[in-house]
Design a protein around this ligand. Structure first.
Ligand code: IPM
Ligand code: MN
Length: 374
């Protein structure tokens, strides 16, 4: 069996960490009797600065022929904040309709957590973050005092929406942003969360702010309740986003599957990363179960460390394990995670963020060795 997998190393530390992920995935492939051909795509800051292009329709079409993309990181201080993030990363998430952003929050054996008296048994849940809607749709603007009009459009695989807005304001200037969630969009991601819970400890926690942003998140809550009726075996609960940050710290063992709208999901998964040992250990998968998915560490491009062979490649290697799982190579995937866990447990070869002094490539080589040895 041979897989062709597009790889986008991207910006900053992206190329260094992805190289280690490739090393480990190749070791797992060797061992399990399949092979991988990497198809490299040059996207990100360099490409943008040289050509003025973020990502072309042609590249997106080409990428959409594959089931899984391996991504390093996007973002570079030479480009205005948001341009690459929105123009490349979010563009791909939306174009491929990767409506689930799946982020495991799992403390592996041997990893230090800042939560006192909590261990691997207490910190083991999945965040299912909606990945195409909410305040991420890019609808907003600024308006100076007086009268003005603004027209917006949201184009999605599921639907198209037009907003027309008459503005009359006597403030010197305002900035505004419109968020939107749809019945179809909420239903599919919440269903995904319940299906996932059926394979785990059968509990789903919803995140919202229905007490204040009641139109958008009250609607989310209503859809959640509708979906929950089809899963009588699964327990559910509702959490305001501010409160759930508190519970993640105080009682992480309460959670099994947490499902959240896009922006809250973004915020709470950085907190999740910290309780599982740091951003260097937190992987993510952008999933379209019927289309093209994309696997990446949840940390960014960390330009400060670019080219130093210093940062932790574990999040990216773990994202690679999620990619293997997605392709149906479950045993290879489990072994990659087991090798990561062994490496962390032995605590000999580790990067600076974990108190070590090993390089990015030493950690990748060691995890690849462990995959072969397991
Ligand atoms: C993430 C990142 C992105 C997001 C940014 C870079 C657009 O923070 O993957 O969590 O907000 O989704
Ligand atoms: Mn984020």
């Amino acid at each position: 069996m041979n897989y062709r997998i597009p790889v986008i190393p991207g910006d900053g530390i992206g190329p260094e960490i992805v190289a280690e992920g490739q090393k480990v995935l190749e070791a797992a492939a060797d061992k399990h009797g399949f092979s991988i051909d990497w198809v490299s795509f040059d996207l990100g800051a360099e490409h943008y600065l040289q050509t003025g292009e973020l990502v072309s329709e042609e590249t997106l079409k080409e990428l959409s022929r594959y089931r899984a993309i391996y991504l390093g990181a996007i973002g570079d201080p030479r480009v205005k904040p948001g341009v690459l993030e929105k123009g490349v990363l979010l563009s791909m998430r939306f174009y491929f309709d990767q409506y689930v952003n799946l982020r495991p929050v799992k403390l592996l054996e041997g990893v230090w957590t800042p939560l006192k008296d909590k261990g691997p048994k207490d910190i083991d849940f999945m965040v299912v973050r909606e990945n195409t809607e909410d305040f991420y749709i890019g609808i907003g603007s600024r308006a100076r005092s007086g009268k003005s009009r603004a027209e917006f459009e949201v184009r999605r695989t599921l639907y198209n929406i037009k907003f027309g807005l008459d503005i009359e304001s006597d403030s010197e200037e305002i900035g505004f942003q419109i968020g939107e969630v749809s019945k179809e969009g909420c239903t599919r991601v919440i269903k995904y969360a319940f299906d996932l819970a059926m394979k785990r400890r059968k509990q789903v926690s919803s995140v919202d702010k229905a007490n204040v942003l009641s139109d958008i998140y009250g609607f989310w809550r209503e859809v959640f309740l509708d979906v929950s009726r089809a899963y009588p075996e699964v327990k559910h609960d509702f959490n305001f986003v501010d409160a759930i940050t508190m519970w993640f710290v105080k009682n992480p063992e309460w959670f099994d599957v947490v499902v959240a709208p896009n922006m809250f999901g973004d915020i709470i998964t950085d907190l999740g990363a910290m309780i599982q040992g740091g951003l260097g250990l937190a992987p993510g998968a952008n999933l379209n179960p019927e289309g093209t998915s994309m696997f990446e560490p949840i940390h960014g491009s960390a330009p400060k460390y670019k080219g130093q062979n210093k940062v932790n490649p574990v999040a990216t290697i773990w994202a690679g394990a999620m990619l293997l799982e997605h392709l149906g190579q479950s045993r290879a995937s489990e072994e990659v995670v087991a090798a990561i866990e062994r490496n962390l447990f032995e605590a000999r070869i580790k990067t600076y963020d974990l108190g070590g002094s090993s390089t990015t490539s030493e950690v990748g080589t060691e995890i690849a060795r462990l995959v072969r040895a397991l």
